[in-house]
Design a protein around this ligand. Structure first.
Ligand SMILES: *Cc1c(COP(=O)(O)O)cnc(C)c1O
Length: 289
């Protein structure tokens, strides 16, 4: 069962690009996407202590929530298959057949999918919704949507200590803010963390990051902010300019950027660098998936 061998520490690579050199910027990519093929990037970091807790509690089943394209659902299904838990995925909205690749992956890894209408899904953290699920699935270990809780944030605080490098800024994409919350809490001195929201109207994420930091550490830090303008149309939406950025990046660097999260961050960061927001400094970007 347990042949899980995550690639840790994840590789750190310098990216050489004249768009950066012109501004005196050194940019490093922290390749979290290479940690494991089925539990990549920040999903591994977020799952690590949750899996420990599930084992300690001796539960049989992990239960979690996500949309039809959720990377978190996929990672939970894979983790269940690797570590010997049953998994239940509560999917927002109705069933659409045939399943998309992401949900098919979940089923292939043994996840039981249950669909929940959008109205009820919005109330999924309420007792009235959660208690019947707990009862039906025999008191499972419940992971929140996107996997962000105090234990997930603690896992994400282990990324920066792996850098063997002086840097000024660390950047990550933001879905629920768990990754940013952990990153920021692990910085020193004047270092800052910048999140790039993959969602339109992501202003609420500021409060969510504060809540997550308090849950994990008992305090919130003020060494981070979230860029809200690089969502390229909204969550899981894309534009021609984003596609062009991804194609150019692939041609120059041979790396295919994940378009839901990572490409939006890198495109946003390059736009800011070209505008002169980061002259003469060192930046590390998390390639989260
Ligand atoms: C889930 C995911 C994120 C979002 O992380 P949060 O901690 O929810 O903000 C970012 N990038 C990738 C590739 C992801 O799969």
């Amino acid at each position: 069962m347990n042949t899980f061998e995550p690639r840790l520490p994840s590789p750190l690579q310098e990216l050489r690009d004249e768009r950066l050199a012109e501004r005196g910027v050194r940019l490093w990519l922290k390749r979290e996407d290479l940690i494991h093929p089925d539990i990549p990037g920040n999903k591994y970091r977020k799952m690590k202590y949750n899996l420990d807790a599930a084992r300690t509690r001796n539960v049989k089943t992990l239960l979690t929530f996500g949309g039809a394209y959720s990377n978190h659902l996929r990672a939970t299904a894979a983790a269940g298959a690797i570590f010997g838990f049953d998994t239940v995925g509560i999917v927002r909205g109705e069933e659409h057949l045939p399943l998309n690749d992401s949900l098919q992956f979940c089923v292939d890894h043994g996840m039981l999918l249950q669909y929940m209408d959008r109205d009820m899904y919005r109330r999924k953290v309420e007792k009235a919704v959660l208690d019947p699920l707990r009862e039906r699935f025999c008191d499972p270990f419940v992971l929140p949507e996107g996997g962000s809780n105090d234990l997930a944030v603690a896992g994400c605080a282990e990324i920066v200590p792996e850098f063997d490098l002086d840097f000024d800024y660390v950047c990550c994409p933001v879905g629920t803010g768990g990754t940013l919350a952990g990153l920021a809490a692990s910085l020193c001195g004047k270092q800052r963390a910048i999140g790039f929201s993959a969602l339109k109207g992501g202003g609420f994420l500021n409060e969510d990051v504060i809540v997550l930091q308090r849950a994990a550490f008992g305090y919130a830090t003020d060494n981070w902010h979230i860029e809200l303008d690089y969502h390229f149309g909204g969550f899981a939406k894309r534009t021609a300019s984003l596609d062009e950025f991804i194609a150019t990046f692939w041609r120059r660097h041979g790396i295919v950027l994940d378009w839901v999260y990572v490409a939006k961050m890198v495109a946003g960061l390059f736009a800011m660098i070209e505008r002169g927001s980061f002259d003469d400094c060192t930046i590390v970007c998390l390639i989260t998936g």
